[in-house]
Design a protein around this ligand. Structure first.
Ligand SMILES: Cc1cc2nc3c(=O)[nH]c(=O)nc-3n(C[C@H](O)[C@H](O)[C@H](O)COP(=O)(O)OP(=O)(O)OC[C@H]3O[C@@H](n4cnc5c(N)ncnc54)[C@H](O)[C@@H]3O)c2cc1C
Ligand SMILES: NC(=O)c1ccc[n+]([C@@H]2O[C@H](COP(=O)([O-])OP(=O)(O)OC[C@H]3O[C@@H](n4cnc5c(N)ncnc54)[C@H](O)[C@@H]3O)[C@@H](O)[C@H]2O)c1
Length: 500
């Protein structure tokens, strides 16, 4: 058994802990897969590197609205894929080599499990097993895609398992999760996406824009159903204009045929029936990895959802054991995992003086969906705010009403040349702000439209700092005629409604 001052399990946000302030600590870092974790290898970063070219294609396809002659001709998949991973893989290799080259850090390439308090056995790639223990142990083991029990799935070709510590190479298969789908050899001609959450709508956007015929299936009544209902409904209308969306629909079974994979669907009339595709992407959620670590042997408590329980200082129920990121989070996002890691890093240096420790702040964790259109949100949805009995004021402004919206022809979004979809329902990009009349402060902000992920930032600041809305819009200049005027006007409307 080798003993360390610090053992970190997982090299996603966990890897950021071991900075120069730990130069005089002996450290071990354990990783069972590719060094660097989900975000860089198979999550946020590659997915956004695929999403940006998709948006370029979407904008080219929409040039006609502006009177310019642009056309979108799909994507050269191998070229896009190799651009993405030609950038990422060498970076990841450099990061791993840097860690391996540090005298005070030992990198273990293998799968760890607890055997006793602050003690782990690591099954190395070589087949050998080693035991390590630490004065302090950080669980940063992340989460994994859920593979639901679908009748017939076991008869399809599954993606190859990733060799540990090397980039995933799934080869061709009949079904994938987000772990493999970004590295597939060819663009599927027909792709089904099961699940219409973050992963599902981002990747449906990518594959549809690149030229795949996409069918998206979700049991919920709308896509991205955890968003404010008005935003989710609007997003679903936009998605229907771009690919085949089957909401309120279940996948009953799958069947392999000579020409592909047949999905048997049941749901409302529009959703039921069969669809044949070349590949199926499973995007029905992620599960924290706390159930694969034998945490009970270390006295670490896990809740009913498999999330490692932590206090506000990121301490688990076992002394000297900390947790961060997806494995212990109710906001499984990279900026949240990085925040946790900063808290753990600070607190590790103050184990003998808890008064110096800092608490994590998970109150206003924003998120963005990088689909077409983008969606961004922070704080409560209108439904949550009403459920909490908040006396709500609302400020809503559309992109079409501001000058830059005119530049983008934001009042010609639909197939009819106006702002209606094929069924005649409204298609709008908008900002919706929710205020509490009792406090005069923002409680929620929801944006759907171009650059929503960027436009939301001043609203994240307002909600995080608890700024009073009265006078806020007029306390600064807003560049004319920039897209930010949509936020300015929504704030002015919220202020007016708060004053009523
Ligand atoms: C397709 C996709 C897109 C995403 N896009 C975004 C986005 O745009 N913005 C955003 O904020 N978030 C996004 N996320 C979420 C984000 O990737 C995660 O929240 C974040 O990466 C979690 O970091 P982490 O350090 O907790 O876990 P990870 O980065 O997953 O790191 C955990 C590491 O622990 C290792 N590990 C697990 N168990 C063991 C074990 N027993 N022994 C050894 N090693 C082990 C794993 O192999 C892994 O490398 C996305 C996720 C996906 C899947
Ligand atoms: N831009 C981002 O920040 C980003 C992008 C991707 C992923 N992520 C993170 O990854 C997490 C996981 O994303 P996700 O999209 O896999 O999960 P999710 O929880 O966001 O969405 C899952 C979707 O699958 C549907 N679903 C569940 N079971 C189903 C079934 N059997 N059949 C049909 N539909 C089913 C749900 O109704 C839901 O719409 C997110 O919660 C987020 O934290 C973030």
């Amino acid at each position: 058994m080798t003993h360390y001052d610090l053992v970190v399990l997982g090299t996603g946000s966990g890897n950021t802990i071991v900075n120069r302030t730990f130069a005089d600590w002996s450290c071990a870092i354990i990783e069972r897969r590719t060094f660097g974790g989900t975000c860089i290898n198979r999550g946020c970063i590659p997915s956004k590197m695929f999403a940006h070219p998709a948006t370029v294609l979407d904008e080219a396809a929409e040039g006609g609205r502006l009177g310019v002659r642009t056309t979108a001709n799909g994507a050269d998949w191998p070229a896009v894929r190799d651009r993405v991973f030609g950038r990422i893989d060498p970076d990841v290799e450099d990061a791993a080599a840097f860690r391996e080259g540090q005298d005070h850090v030992t990198v273990y390439a293998g799968e760890a499990r607890f055997t006793a308090p602050r003690t782990l056995s690591v099954q190395l790639e070589s087949g050998e097993t080693v035991e390590v223990s630490g004065d302090q142990v950080v669980i940063a083991a992340g989460s994994r895609p859920v593979v639901p029990p679908i009748e017939g799935l076991d008869t399809l070709r599954a993606p190859a398992t990733a060799p540990p510590m090397r980039p995933d190479d799934p080869g061709a298969a009949d079904w994938y999760t987000s772990d493999e789908v970004m590295r597939i050899p060819e663009l599927p001609r027909r792709l089904a996406v099961l699940g219409g959450g973050y992963v599902g709508v981002e990747l449906a956007h990518v594959f549809a824009a690149y030229g795949s015929q996409v069918t998206q299936v979700d049991v919920a009544d709308t896509l991205i159903s955890n968003q404010d209902a008005e935003v989710a409904t609007m997003f679903t209308r936009f998605a229907r204009e771009q690919w085949d969306v089957r909401t309120g629909t279940s996948l009953e079974r799958v069947e392999k045929t000579d020409s592909g994979v047949v999905l048997h669907l049941s749901g409302d009339q529009a959703g039921s029936g069969t669809v044949e595709v070349d590949a199926l992407l499973l995007a029905v959620g992620r599960k924290p990895n706390g159930d694969r670590l034998d945490v009970e042997k270390a006295g670490v408590e896990v809740d009913d959802d498999g999330i490692v329980v932590v206090d506000e200082l990121q301490r688990t129920s076992a002394e000297g054991v900390w947790a961060l990121g997806d494995v212990s989070s109710h906001t499984p996002l990279k900026h949240s995992a990085n925040h946790d890691a900063r808290v753990v890093k600070h607190n590790l240096h103050h184990v003998d003086d808890p008064a110096q420790m800092v608490a994590a702040d998970h109150e206003h964790v924003p998120s963005a969906v990088f689909s077409h259109p983008q969606v961004a949100s922070v704080g409560l949805t209108e439904e949550q705010a009403r459920e909490q009995g908040i006396d709500l004021a609302v400020g809503r402004h559309t992109y079409a009403e501001i000058a830059y919206g005119w530049a983008m022809e934001d009042d010609h979004l639909g197939p009819n040349g106006d702002n209606t979809d094929a069924q005649g329902a409204d298609l709008e990009h908008f900002v919706k702000l929710l205020g509490d009349r009792a406090t005069g402060r923002l409680v929620g902000a929801h944006l759907i439209g171009p650059q929503a992920s960027v436009l939301i930032q001043p609203l994240i600041m307002a909600i995080s700092q608890g700024v009073e809305i009265g006078g806020l819009a007029r306390s600064m200049y807003w560049i004319h005629p920039a897209l930010t005027e949509v936020v300015e006007n929504a704030l002015l409307k919220l202020e007016a409604d708060l004053d009523r």
